[in-house]
Design a protein around this ligand. Structure first.
Ligand code: MLT
Length: 282
């Protein structure tokens, strides 16, 4: 991993391959490792001497996967108060791309909270987008009850550490079949969540609680868009995501079998294939 100073903190990220920049934004409360399979499948040849998996030059990608502020190896930073809004995360991404001297439009792919951030990036920096991939996310804002629940959870995590999230979130992230048949994925998520920084988790939870409702804006998205959902996603169910895809002009919609909310982890081959087909068209 590499790191860069951005917005008063250090953003750690993976940067692999050459070609069209594809930025993968992780969900809450995770880090870039949820995209490991897509990085391997989609990154074009490495710039260093050890060759990565090769793709035809038409689909070769430069795959970038950051740990968002407050997650993974990236610290929350002291200049930000006790909340990081989706807007702030989008600003971080723009500043990070500037620091990387990536001026050409990128394909931005976000899962769940990563999707909330992608919507804000589109709202603020649409000319910097060549395409959007929205995985297992939603355009609606939180209900007042859900927002209050998040703020309560933020307080709990600050007092008790990330453990409460293991009880409340973990069962919903993976499909029932994944939990039964691939316990190593449960363990993988468990260890990422348990190692999370309570300050970073609480700040992002408060930010999500006040994210704007983007539903009315979906019809104005003009860049090529792919919408992906795990067929057993209970957080952003297929019916809701199909509606989201229908509202975005020309968006492609793909349901991923044998997967819940964490479709890129649960069925990586199907997700990478859907992404690759889409990327060949943008
Ligand atoms: C995520 O996966 O990022 C979360 O489910 C987002 C949320 O809690 O709304």
């Amino acid at each position: 991993m590499k790191s860069l100073a951005v917005g008063g903190t250090e953003i750690w990220y993976v940067d692999r391959g050459t070609g069209l920049p594809l930025v993968l934004i992780h969900g809450f409360p995770l880090d870039h490792t949820m995209w490991t399979e897509q990085i391997d499948a989609l990154a074009g040849p490495n710039q260093d001497p050890s060759p990565g998996p090769t793709l035809s030059s038409a689909t070769a990608m430069r795959v970038l996967a950051p740990d968002l502020r407050g997650f993974g190896r990236s610290r929350r930073g002291t200049a930000i108060g006790d909340k990081v809004t989706m807007d702030q995360f989008a600003d971080d991404l723009a500043a990070w791309l500037d620091t990387l001297a990536i001026r050409e439009p990128v394909v931005l792919c976000g899962l769940s909270m990563g999707g909330y951030i992608a919507f804000q990036f589109w709202r603020k920096f649409a000319p910097r987008l060549r395409g959007l991939i929205l995985c297992d996310t939603k355009s609606a804002a939180d209900t007042p009850e859900a927002a209050a629940g998040r703020r309560g959870m933020a307080q709990r995590v600050l007092r008790e550490g990330p453990a409460p999230l293991l009880e409340t979130m973990l069962p919903k992230l993976l499909a029932e079949t994944t939990r039964q048949q691939r316990p190593y994925l449960v363990e993988q998520l468990q260890s990422v969540i348990a190692a999370g920084d309570p300050q970073g988790i609480a700040a992002a939870a408060r930010g999500m609680a006040e994210r704007p409702d983007m539903t009315a804006a979906l019809g104005q998205i003009r860049c090529p868009t792919l919408v992906i959902v795990g067929q057993q996603d209970v957080i952003s169910p297929p019916a809701e995501m199909r509606g989201l895809a229908r509202a975005i002009p020309g968006a492609k919609f793909v349901e991923i079998p044998a997967a819940g909310h964490m479709s890129p982890l649960e069925n990586p081959v199907a997700v990478s294939m859907a992404m690759r087909e889409f990327l060949a068209t943008v």
